[in-house]
Design a protein around this ligand. Sequence first.
Ligand SMILES: [Mg+2]
Length: 209
Amino acid sequence: MATKDMPVEAGQEARKVIALDVDGTIADLATQIIKIVKDRYNVELTVDQLTKYHVEELVPSMTRAEFVGILKEIWDNYKEIGLVDKQIPRILEDVHKDYEIHVVTAAVGTDDQIRDWLRINNITYDKFVHVAHQADKQKEGADIYVDDYFEVAKQVAVLDKNVIIIKQPWSEIDEQVILNSHNKIVVAQSWVEVRELLLPRLLRREQAQ
Ligand SMILES: [Mg+2]
């Protein structure tokens, strides 16, 4: 079973909590977005051209509501959504040995759709939190956020939390904010790098100081 409920036992040190995003971080919505944009808007985009988090800003005739509708449609067909990286289930299994994993998502899919996608894709997690807006993620109070959208990093790093931004063409990374974050915000180029950041406990060591 992918979902593991592992309560912290008495005398056992509470593990640090990771808030794990879904869309664009572990779930590859980009491939589906590109297909629908080509079919419906006759605009051919490559993944590298998805440089905006709000895709309607890249497709002249698309409205915000239409883009949200597309995301909903993609989640209605969640079995078609692949993983951002095939190694993610194994990496999360490793990470779970040292951290508690909370899936914290503002995805437009229903709870049942997202949870079933997590099950099908063998995603290990302890808790599932479905928030209404990206901005609500900070309320989760996790120690380390793993996300693909820099806006989340900005909201969370001011609360003295660590953030790993998995670099995607649409991340909208602001180098100046990273410089000012005193290592709270780290950009990972790949999921292998996310593992390297978490497993040597670099962030934990830094927090202990
Ligand atoms: Mg995301």
